[in-house]
Design a protein around this ligand. Structure first.
Ligand code: ATP
Ligand code: FE2
Length: 326
């Protein structure tokens, strides 16, 4: 089976073609705001402008290689409304024109599935940390249940906000990680875990305040150590509760080496195994949508056009996982 996937929930417009084993092609166009954060309408205009080229390049490669597409998968949500609508419109047209089934994919579930596919994890507790999301999930009774999540902003957003406030630019994650390596001291920061949930907003503000008095590397280091310790604590408890022997890290913040190291130690102490996909499958990409569409279609799921409306608040635990057992 060969599936075409289209992702465009936020910054990245990306189209890909995958089969059961491999990513065959992938093309991207990334929206970079003139200044400040992402503007939903501008991002959707960016996606509309680049759609024909990005989609066209992938379809042309398929044609050149004589490959036949069996379905069209698209990111149905969560994400920015205008971006989602642009992507869904293109996906519907392709499905109609090519006369193949359409599959609406949950973006969070796609991060998980591509992570499993590319890392070899089979039934992990998942820590999904990105610019918009921070969740700890595990498959239980047919759904990815959310064991813990942020009550306010995501960890990626918390780091980016802090980074912007001290003039490091966007995205802040890699810059904060690099500076943290030069730190000498830990500065006390608010550690907020409520039950299984997390809060990063106060921590981000505290780091901005601390930067007025302490060396920037120390602040970056302390922000990371505190936020990641919170995430590891919740992940460990989810693993114990759901009785999972594997831990999988996905999402853009997963590129952070320190977070991976902390999760590795936690897993070692529990006799569990830590999994990390290659970096290019951590952030948003068309392959993750195509691959998830493929396993959904194979399990008998498709999305009639009438049910293909986008869902900006689509939660991963709304999806029936018909293709895997937990
Ligand atoms: P989603 O729609 O799933 O929320 P997203 O659109 O936010 O995803 P991602 O590429 O998954 O996009 O994540 C981007 C985030 O990852 C940004 O907040 C960025 O600062 C963060 N990030 C990238 N590299 C690092 C790093 N090395 N350390 C920490 N954070 C990082
Ligand atoms: Fe994402």
């Amino acid at each position: 089976m060969i599936i075409f996937g289209l992702e465009g929930t936020a910054w990245n417009l990306s189209a890909a073609l995958v089969d059961e084993k491999n990513v065959l092609f992938e093309k991207m166009a990334t929206y970079v705001p003139a200044k400040g954060g992402i503007h939903p309408r501008e991002a959707s205009q960016h996606h509309a402008e680049h759609m024909a080229r990005v989609v066209g390049e992938v379809l042309q490669e398929a044609k050149d290689k004589g490959l036949k597409t069996d379905g069209i998968a698209f990111s149905q949500g969560p994400g920015l409304g205008p971006c989602l609508r642009t992507v869904a419109t293109a996906a519907r047209v392709l499905s109609r024109k090519m006369n193949v089934p359409l599959v609406g994919v949950n973006h969070c579930v796609a991060h998980i599935e591509v992570g499993k596919w590319r890392s070899g994890a089979t039934d992990p507790a998942v820590i999904y940390v990105s610019g918009a999301n921070s969740q700890v999930l595990a498959l239980r009774r047919g759904r990815y249940r959310i064991f813990g999540e942020t009550l306010d902003i995501s960890i990626g957003n918390a780091i980016d906000k802090f980074a912007r406030s001290v003039g490091l630019g966007h995205p802040g994650g890699p810059k904060v990680e690099a500076l943290a390596k030069e730190a000498k001291d830990y500065i006390s920061m608010p550690y907020t875990v409520k039950g299984m949930d997390l809060s990063f907003s106060g921590l981000s503000t505290a780091a901005t305040e601390a930067a007025k008095r302490y060396p920037l590397p120390d602040v970056c280091y302390s922000l990371q150590e505190t936020a990641f310790a919170m995430l590891v604590e919740v992940t460990e408890r989810a693993m114990a509760h759901a009785e999972k022997k594997e831990c999988l890290l996905v999402g853009g913040v997963g590129a952070n080496k320190r977070l991976g190291d902390m999760l590795t130690s936690m897993c070692q102490e529990r006799g569990a195994q830590f999994f990390l996909p290659e970096r290019k499958y951590m952030g948003d990409n068309g392959s993750m949508i195509a691959y998830t569409g493929l396993i959904m279609l194979k399990s008998g799921v498709s999305t009639p056009i009438a049910e293909s409306k986008v869902n900006p608040g689509y939660r991963p635990d709304e999806v029936d996982v018909t293709w895997a057992e937990g």
